[in-house]
Design a protein around this ligand. Structure first.
Ligand code: NOJ
Length: 538
């Protein structure tokens, strides 16, 4: 297994608008991030993934870019961004930028030109048709929007304000590659590539048999040619790290994106858990881990995450955010940092931040949720019922501001935050977590430190001993003659786990656990609710 810095990395995702506001306008900003870099460094993460901060009308929180070469006013300016990069590097950390190349904003000059007339030279930079097909977009009932000026429809995989670029057009591709080089030449360390599985579109856009199953938006022939070209013309000329957001992909298809011998991307996020497993389903989760491991191991690299800015906080969605919040947050961390792949921490996860239920749709900002709400209410459904059905998975669950302390607005801003603070900030906040040696935060620190010392956690082969066990997850990671055993009791009650023969022949030494002590009788481990342990097997 080839060693690389990005395999050993621990990535910390910064949703900057909700991270730290340095100027009191209610939005987090790059200066604010800079002021908190020591915090991230102290945690031990060494790569920062920064959500999009390019110029944008901000209809989809920066995922609608109107100028790839400028920084959004709310975030700061190019000078602040350059200082940020410098400060990140000074701390021996890396910065990867989120980049959206499947679509632009409808305010991007390319699109303004494209929509202006049928014979404009940029017409073919986007996708225009006389008639729509029956596809939905992620955010709207139709993926096509009629444009009065020229009497045609344009295609958008997301909001109406996010027209898709036409990747078939070589001029588009060249313009994107040039822009990528512009950023990489500034010395940043890679990209998180948004919606990358959507670049290729099918010939003729045939109608879908089931328009509600939007898998048809992804993974069309031609995609890998674009990624190969992107790599050849851009990525391979830099020492960078690329991670693609790849929805609706099987492990076998996933390998095509990340196989080292194909030279496309380094890693991917697949969504077999976050998109396709609505609530905790242990047997299914284990199967997903095993299948991806078997398909990728030794050939390409995976990622580990259970939440991000699009997905409800992990301790709320997949753990227990009430009685066992701290234990559960620590267990999920243990799992993510010991399963094969690069682990991601979404800001606030390291203090066990939770999801939120706001009382009114007015309190929400998420365009996906708001559009869906309007669509359902227009069908005559009861608004309160619609609100309640959308709350659990609203993207705003994870977008509420970082809870720094128990002062007004959680110490996030001196102004009015762009979105409400989670009311539990008085008890869940960074100040409290730093002061408590048993906090989730300090556990993350130890875990990350351990991952740096024990490369089995990175490069070790993986073996699951509990495939059919509904509660206990026990697996080993083995590398260069060293073996670690991870045992997790992912549930609200106690369980015993008797170690199988294969794991009892050796001495075991406890390296990390999320309770004050461990209880075991011989080879029987007594696991309390949400207990997590890492042993070394000698
Ligand atoms: C995925 C991003 O993570 C999400 O926030 C965004 O809305 C869509 N792609 C569209 O760019």
């Amino acid at each position: 297994m080839k060693k690389t810095w990005w395999k050993e990395a621990v990535v910390y995702q910064v949703y900057w608008r909700s991270f730290y506001d340095s100027d009191g306008d209610g939005y987090g900003d790059l200066q604010g991030l800079m002021e908190k870099l020591d915090y991230i460094q102290h945690l031990g993460a060494n790569v920062i993934w920064l959500n999009p901060c390019y110029q944008s009308p901000d209809k989809d929180n920066g995922y609608d870019i109107s100028d790839y070469y400028q920084i959004m006013d709310k975030a700061g300016n190019m000078k602040t961004w350059e200082t940020l990069l410098h400060e990140v590097h000074k701390r021996d950390m890396k910065l990867i930028m989120d980049l959206v190349v499947n679509h632009t904003s409808d305010q991007h000059p390319w699109f303004l030109e494209s929509r202006s007339s049928k014979d404009n030279p940029k017409r073919d930079w986007y996708i225009w048709r006389d008639k729509p097909n029956n596809w939905r977009s992620y955010f709207t009932p139709s993926a096509w929007e009629f444009d009065k000026t020229t009497g045609q429809y344009y295609f958008h995989s997301f909001a109406i304000e996010q027209p898709d670029l036409n990747w078939k057009n070589p001029e588009v591709r060249e313009a994107i590659y040039e822009m990528m080089r512009f950023w990489l030449d500034k010395g940043m360390d890679g990209f998180r590539l948004d919606a990358i599985a959507l670049l290729a579109k099918p010939d003729g856009f045939p109608d879908a048999a089931n328009p509600n199953d939007i898998r048809y938006l992804t993974n069309h022939p031609g995609l890998h040619d674009y990624l190969k070209e992107m790599n050849e013309k851009v990525f391979r000329h830099y020492d960078i790290f690329t991670v693609g957001e790849v929805a609706f992909v099987t492990p076998e298809e996933g390998l095509k994106y990340v196989a080292e011998d194909r030279q496309e991307l380094h890693t991917l996020f697949h969504f077999e858990v976050c998109d396709e497993m609505p609530s905790w389903d242990p047997l299914r989760f284990k199967q997903i881990q095993k299948r991806w491991y078997e398909a990728l191991w030794g050939k390409g690299w995976n990622s580990q995450f259970l939440n991000n800015h699009d997905h409800t906080r992990q301790v709320t969605r997949y753990g227990n955010d009430q009685e066992y919040r701290m234990e559960s947050a620590k267990l999920l961390a243990t799992m993510l940092h010991t399963l094969p792949g690069t682990p991601y921490i979404y800001q606030g996860e390291e203090i066990g931040m939770t999801g939120v239920r706001f009382p009114s749709i007015e309190d929400y900002n998420d365009i996906a949720m708001k559009n869906k709400y309007a669509e359902e209410v227009a069908k005559g459904r009861d608004p309160q019922e619609v609100l309640e059905s959308l709350q659990p998975l609203s993207r705003d669950n994870s977008r509420t501001p970082m809870q720094w302390d128990d002062s007004e607005q959680a110490g996030f801003t001196t102004g009015m935050p762009w979105i409400k603070i989670n009311p539990n900030y008085k008890t869940i906040n960074v100040k409290q977590a730093l002061a408590d040696p048993n906090s989730v935060y300090h556990y993350y620190r130890k875990l990350i430190q351990l991952r740096k010392e024990r490369l089995e956690m990175v490069y070790g082969t993986f073996c699951d001993y509990t495939e059919n066990e509904p509660y206990i997850y026990a697996y080993t990671r083995e590398w260069e003659g060293q073996r670690l055993l991870v045992v997790l009791n992912h549930c609200d009650h106690a369980n015993h786990y008797e170690l199988p023969k294969a794991l009892t022949a050796t001495n075991r030494q406890l390296l990390l656990n999320n309770y004050q002590d461990v209880q075991e009788t011989g080879n029987i481990l007594h696991m309390r609710p949400h207990e997590a342990r890492i042993y070394e097997l000698e």
